[in-house]
Design a protein around this ligand. Structure first.
Ligand code: UDP
Length: 234
């Protein structure tokens, strides 16, 4: 059987919120869904991880215990995945939401075998709840799941259209990289994904691609391997 392209798309929580920056913006999520459907219909196996920043981050509060704050963050990512999964379904896609901990009947407990089965049935699979552990990030969750699922690449949809040598919003002369190694990303502290996730990608040779979420059909293009942003080699 011909091996299908398998990708893991990361969306930040804020990317779901549109202009509002918090909660959900239905039109924004429908646009993401439209693009993912193009790829899924063309046979790309799609895994999705979503952050939780539109609701809560572990570092949102100094008043409460970090472990509890992180648990709220992980649950925020579960809410996001359930919402986006339902919007995807409303556009005719079949989906499954997996979590690394039990959320009753709302999600399925993650297992690689089950997730692979879903992908082979043409479902879009969501990995909610990060790694399931506090003191980790959604970035680490992405790297872990991408490696475990033997994805071809991680796709990072960002507000900026690639990786720059300095912040393009601050420095108009900032230079965009077409290609860069993960080693260089770490050495230059380019903050593409956090350090734990970067090391995991480096050790397991998991490449990434960073592109601008707001460019026309950027997600659909990236899923098919047409990257206009930056490719991070590993
Ligand atoms: N989180 C966690 N463990 C994980 C993944 C996420 O504790 O494996 C928590 C953490 O508190 C994080 C929040 O979930 O801040 C939301 O994730 P998001 O990626 O939006 O936050 P960020 O990575 O920007 O902190």
């Amino acid at each position: 059987m011909e091996k299908k392209r398998r990708v893991l798309l990361k969306l930040s929580g804020e990317a779901l919120a549109g202009e509002k920056k918090t909660g959900f913006d239905e039109e924004t999520v429908k646009e993401v869904a439209r693009q993912v459907k193009i790829s899924a219909d063309s046979g790309v196996q799609v895994c999705i991880v979503i952050g939780g920043g539109n609701f809560w981050r572990g570092r949102s509060s100094n008043a409460i215990d970090r472990t509890k704050a992180d648990q709220i963050g992980m649950l925020a990512t579960v809410m996001n995945c359930i919402y986006v999964s339902e919007i995807f379904r409303s556009l005719g896609m079949d989906t499954e939401v997996f979590t690394p901990f039990a959320v009753g009947a709302m999600t399925k407990l993650f297992s690689k075998d089950e997730a692979v089965k879903c992908l082979e049935q043409g479902k879009v699979v969501f990995f909610a709840g990060g790694t399931g552990h506090p003191y980790f990030s959604t970035d680490t969750g992405i790297a872990l799941r991408a490696v475990e699922m033997e994805a071809d690449t991680i796709l990072l949809a960002k507000a900026v259209d690639g990786i720059y040598d300095s912040d393009p919003k601050v420095n108009p002369k900032a230079r965009k990289f077409d290609r860069i190694s993960i080693q260089e990303v770490v050495e230059k502290q380019l903050a593409v994904i956090d350090l734990t996730a970067s090391i995991l990608c480096m050790e397991n040779h998991m490449p990434l691609a960073v592109f601008g979420l707001n460019e026309q059909d950027a997600i659909a293009h990236a899923m098919n391997g047409e990257i206009t942003g930056t490719i991070v080699t590993a």
